[in-house]
Design a protein around this ligand. Structure first.
Ligand code: NAD
Length: 244
């Protein structure tokens, strides 16, 4: 272990993909870790699971309180739970817009609200949000998803400003296309999965998909006490896409 000994971390959406890799890495670095997910099964060893939908206000508050009680407090919050949506503004109806904004944006608001009393009591408090290059890239066929992640980026900066004087840092990571079960599902649904995989890989200058472990490493870096002067930043983890 090392680096995060004695710190207590909560990861939303921690049962799969980027969140699961983050929970495992936080644990490897010595933190006590809890995951909040729709169905937190098959978690990394030593990680506590709590069931909640970040789109449900009461459920989130109860689960964050239960997690903080189980861990004896909270130092690190990783707001990672998120869902996707494909299409232009003509393709998604208002109900789809409400559900994605409810989970991707209000999910962060609710979880952070419930966690802040615990974070304020920590000497090493930090929040890391999983945003996306979609926040700024102008991707086609991603109007709703991009709007939700643009809100996450703005929210990250606003929260950083609001809570810096309370000793709570807030940053986000902006992944490119990451090899997770989510992307595997998208590829499976494509007409030609192999061609789609090649196209997604070619879009990133490193010529391949980003791994969940690479995003987790960036999240843990921002979350840990070594980043004590870093707040209000967005770290791209996108194989060079953002620099184009
Ligand atoms: P994933 O589907 O593999 O994992 C997401 C996890 O979040 C799942 O365990 C799921 O159960 C949980 N979750 C979903 N909705 C939830 C809800 N309402 N309440 C609680 N938990 C919920 O996805 P992933 O690829 O690891 O994505 C994680 C985050 O990374 C998301 O915010 C996503 O927008 C972001 N992201 C992913 C990519 C990518 O290419 N995979 C790129 C940029 C950003």
């Amino acid at each position: 272990s090392g680096g995060l000994d004695g710190l207590r971390a909560l990861v939303t959406g921690g049962a799969s993909g980027i969140g699961r890799a983050t929970a495992r890495l936080l644990r490897e670095h010595g933190a006590e870790v809890a995951v909040l997910d729709l169905s937190p099964s098959d978690l990394p060893a030593g990680v506590h699971g709590f069931t909640a939908d970040v789109g449900d206000r009461e459920g989130v508050t109860g689960a964050v309180t239960a997690a903080a009680t189980a861990l004896g407090g909270l130092d690190i919050l990783v707001n990672n739970a998120g869902i996707g949506a494909a299409g232009t503004v003509e393709d998604n109806d208002d109900d789809e817009w409400r559900r994605v904004l409810d989970v991707n944006v209000l999910g962060i608001v609710r979880t952070t609200r419930a966690a802040l009393p615990h974070l304020r009591a920590s000497a090493h408090a930090s929040v890391v949000n999983t945003c996306s290059i979609a926040a700024t890239a102008g991707l086609p066929q991603r109007a709703l998803y991009s709007a939700s992640k643009g809100a996450v980026l703005a929210l990250t900066l606003a929260m950083a400003a609001d809570h810096v004087h309370e000793g709570v840092r807030v940053n986000c990571v902006n992944p490119g296309t990451v090899d997770t079960p989510w992307v595997a599902r998208l590829l499976d649904a494509a007409d030609d999965p192999a061609a789609e995989h090649a196209a997604l890989s070619a879009r990133q200058p490193i010529g391949r998909l980003v791994t969940a472990d690479e995003v987790a490493a960036a999240i843990v870096h921002l979350a840990g006490p070594q980043s004590s002067a870093v707040t209000g930043t967005a770290l791209p983890v996108d194989g060079g896409m953002a620099s184009l």
